[in-house]
Design a protein around this ligand. Structure first.
Ligand code: SF4
Ligand code: SF4
Length: 179
């Protein structure tokens, strides 16, 4: 049991996850629980028991899509989506090898594109993602289909790029002032 982990998690998440009584409603409603190595219910319990390695190395925290179904269903109003988000941030901060290697690469590529263009630009996300994971031919057929049916554009929409740049600069300034 890692007590520092429990304390740090509880203070960061700002809610009492000990209110969880393991009813499993969160796991029962999660749309991708079948792919997870531990259910959301098990992750909550592992945090309460201070099982830091299990939580931060799990696939679950990276597979969670933040859909909030679990949070909506929880009779104890536990914000499970936030719990997953904080676990991911902790895993990155502590340089834990992710349970699924590709997903952090995808997150980074996605965030980078939003920073540059201010909105999703799927083709750009894919290019950055492929440059990171170097699996150039995987899902190639799917990508070509998306292009063929007009579901993905080769060119970005630059409509919000300037505003986004301004927003990121403003946030950076605030962060520097608060350091
Ligand atoms: S739904 Fe809430 S109370 Fe029930 S197991 Fe999940 S977190 Fe715990
Ligand atoms: S927020 Fe994550 S853990 Fe909760 S139901 Fe959605 S995918 Fe599952």
């Amino acid at each position: 049991m890692n007590e520092d982990f429990i304390k740090s998690f509880q203070s960061t998440v700002g809610q009492n996850i000990n209110l969880c009584y393991q009813c499993r409603k969160c796991a029962a409603g999660c749309p991708i629980v079948y792919e997870m190595d531990y259910t959301p219910t098990q992750i909550i319990q592992a945090i309460r028991l201070g099982m830091k390695d299990l939580v931060l190395k799990s696939k679950t925290i990276w597979l969670c899509t933040s859909c909030e179904t679990c949070t909506t269903r929880c009779p104890q109003d536990i914000e499970i989506t936030d719990v997953m988000d904080i676990a991911r941030k902790m895993a990155v901060r502590e340089k834990v090898v992710p349970g699924i290697k590709d997903i952090p690469d995808f997150y980074k590529s996605f965030a980078q594109i939003i920073r540059i263009f201010g909105r999703v630009y799927e083709f750009g996300v894919i290019v950055l993602f492929k440059l990171r994971n170097r699996k150039f031919t995987r899902d190639l057929g799917l990508g070509l289909k998306l292009l063929k049916y007009g579901k993905m554009s080769l060119l970005p929409n630059l409509g919000k790029a300037f505003q986004t740049k301004k927003m990121f600069l403003k946030v950076k300034k605030i962060e520097e002032e608060n350091r």
